[in-house]
Design a binder for this molecule. Structure first.
Ligand SMILES: [Zn+2]
Length: 243
């Protein structure tokens, strides 16, 4: 494994996406001793607020708060993300360098087209990264074994496959990482897939985090979806009460 190798890699369209959708899970994984990484696919240069330079500085600060081992930017065009062969090759090479065991992607539906494309592009690039004859021989082929879709803020009629339980401290650090993006979120009441309710954005993220926590009878949580079925070996010890 290279120095930059990670156990868990989150890929998202814009700097600040992973903080909103799976920041608490990344904090928790790092605390559990796993090496965590993020690839932001674009530099967010089309954002209404701030600038690409400012967002890069904010992303670096947030990476420290999340305890990431590595945070890279693929430099693809913001608001013009495509799942084409050139972008798959670029991302597959980055995945081969980082050699993640688990990949976290955005959910494959979204109001921002970049979010939808990031989900497809990430999954396809990860598959191709595992083909020995795809692309240059170095870095060597590598395929993550698990793909999780971050489901936070989605309204689609799909239940999360599971919710990651977050302790108070994990959620506090998620919020701290989100607040690093002051240029995007200070004074804001909506972002990405989060529709406005009149609450300040930070409060809205907390409300949603508490809602997902309530689904597993805990204070805070982050929801995920997997295409494959979760295996259970002991039905007597299954968590989350039914009655
Ligand atoms: Zn985004």
């Amino acid at each position: 494994m290279s120095d930059r190798g990670v156990d868990v890699l989150a890929i998202a369209a814009h700097c600040d996406d992973v903080e909103l959708t799976c920041g608490g899970t990344l904090v928790r994984c790092a605390e559990q001793g796993y090496r965590t990484g993020v690839i932001d696919l674009t530099e967010g240069e089309m954002g209404t607020r701030g600038s690409a330079t400012l967002r890069a500085e904010e992303a670096a600060r947030a990476a420290d708060v999340l305890g990431l081992t590595v945070r890279l930017n693929a430099g693809l065009p913001d608001a013009g993300l495509f799942n084409n062969q050139e972008n798959r090759e670029r991302l597959a090479t980055m995945i081969r360098e980082l050699r993640p065991r688990v990949l976290i992607l955005p959910y494959f539906r979204g109001r921002h087209p970049d979010h939808r494309v990031a989900a497809e592009l990430g999954r396809d690039a990860a598959f191709l990264a595992g083909l020995k004859r795809f692309g240059p021989p170095e870095p060597p082929a590598h395929k993550p074994r698990k793909v999780l879709y971050a489901l936070s803020y989605r309204e689609d009629p799909v239940k999360p496959t599971f919710v990651v339980h977050l302790e108070e401290e994990h959620f506090r650090r998620k919020m701290e990482a989100i607040r690093c993006f002051a240029s995007q979120f200070d004074g804001s009441d909506a972002a990405g897939e989060i529709f406005p309710t009149g609450q300040p954005l930070y409060e809205l993220v907390e409300t949603q985090g508490r809602h997902y926590g309530s689904l597993i009878r805990s204070s805070y949580g982050e929801p995920f979806y997997t295409e494959e079925t979760v295996r259970i070996d002991d039905i007597v010890e299954m968590p989350v009460r039914s009655l």
